[in-house]
Design a protein around this ligand. Structure first.
Ligand SMILES: *Cc1c(COP(=O)(O)O)cnc(C)c1O
Length: 368
């Protein structure tokens, strides 16, 4: 069958492996599986959210509030913006999709870092757009600017901090970069891990209101899937000037966010204490990974997120290390597909991390 020809170049996103797969294929007891491959909050769903979902479960015959009034108001309040500045998506992924489809057609140009969130490229290629990447794996704004001057761009993606490598750029450098970008170029600032970056280093904090006030061609994206512990609910948001928001809404299917999802997000926003406590523990545990890497002679990328990328050097092959860990029930992300001999590990709970260190030692010993 003939399909849209641009789809020939589109690869499908490879998600972190699910717990069910490890149970099925390697016979690991589900209780013993440690899933540290998708940057979920390992401390689980806040009990206030769970209670709310249970309370609403009986109302599932009614369509959701398609205006998403309450969640938009809550986000507007949190970020000191008007609800006309807010769009809700089924994950911030969906808003990335809207951004690309709103701006791109065949031969449009998308500019991004060499190693960054895979969906930017996938959505871009769905439109037949050309993908332009920096030579540097991590975000190098001088390279972004040089490429922009050479080729122009319809959309620029800045992942701050970056997934899957974990680095972040100083906000003042981001702003200096944005000064040089034409107002016709849509700049997507993906803040999926901003809560973590802002906690670790104020210089990396991006305030959505400042961003969109200074630069009306920018959209800030946030998600409830990481620090807010709602990966299973699929909800994210975009903050931009109303002109952008209104256009993105044209691409939205009705009722794209479920009643339970809306309620869970609203509840999660009320429990900031839980989120802050999780972030604090994240960085405490992160230092254990840094020490582990150092003591075993591995390099790592200093991370502003809830994961850490550890380079396997010339002694080990990341793909083999990830596979061996998988076979004993520890799911991490191999970055071979991103051109890196490295593994990305989501920072787990204290207990999970202790297990990771001991199992990793055993695996490395065997692979030596
Ligand atoms: C996780 C993630 C997202 C969005 O996730 P959703 O679950 O779709 O909200 C967006 N960007 C980056 C860089 C991410 O890591």
């Amino acid at each position: 069958m003939k399909f849209n020809e641009v789809l020939e170049n589109v690869t499908t996103y490879e998600a972190g492996k699910p717990i069910e797969l490890v149970v099925r294929e390697y016979g690991v007891n589900p209780k013993d599986v440690i899933k540290l491959a998708s940057n979920e909050n390992p401390y689980g769903t806040s009990s206030k959210v769970t209670a709310k979902i249970q309370e609403l479960a009986k109302n599932m015959f009614v369509y959701p509030d398609d205006s998403m009034y309450e969640l938009k108001e809550a986000l507007g309040k949190k970020f000191d913006v008007d609800s006309s500045n807010v769009i809700i998506g089924s994950g911030s992924d969906q808003i990335i999709e809207f951004c690309v489809h709103a701006k791109c057609e065949k031969d449009s140009k998308l500019l991004m870092a060499k190693t960054t969130f895979a969906m930017y490229e996938i959505y871009g290629k769905q439109t037949g757009a050309k993908i332009i990447k920096t030579e540097s794996h991590t975000h190098d704004l001088a390279q972004f600017l040089a490429l922009y001057k050479e080729h122009g761009a319809d959309v620029i993606f800045l992942c701050l901090p970056n997934n899957p490598l974990g680095e972040a750029v100083d906000t003042k450098d981001v702003y200096e970069f944005l000064e040089q970008i034409d107002s016709e170029t849509l700049v997507v600032v993906d803040g999926a891990y901003q809560e973590y970056a802002a906690y670790k280093d104020e210089n990396k904090r991006i305030v959505p209101k400042d961003l969109i006030t200074k630069f009306s061609n920018c959209i800030y994206l946030g998600t409830f899937s990481k620090a807010y512990a709602l990966g299973g609910m699929r909800v994210g948001y975009g903050i931009a000037q109303p002109e952008i928001i209104k256009t993105l809404y044209k691409l939205r299917a009705p009722f794209n966010i479920t009643t339970l999802t809306l309620a869970a997000a609203i509840e999660a926003l009320k429990d900031e204490e839980f989120v802050t406590a999780c972030i604090a523990k994240n960085f405490e545990e992160m230092t254990r990974y840094e020490e582990y890497a150092k003591s075993r002679g591995f390099e790592y990328i200093p991370s502003y997120t809830n994961f850490i990328t550890i380079k396997m050097g010339d002694k080990f092959v990341s793909k083999e290390v990830a596979q061996k860990l998988l076979e004993v029930g520890i799911i991490v992300r191999d970055l071979t597909g991103y051109g890196q001999n490295a593994i990305r590990i989501t920072i787990g709970t204290n207990e999970q991390n202790t297990k990771v260190f001991s199992v990793l030692d055993e695996v490395l010993e065997k692979l030596k």
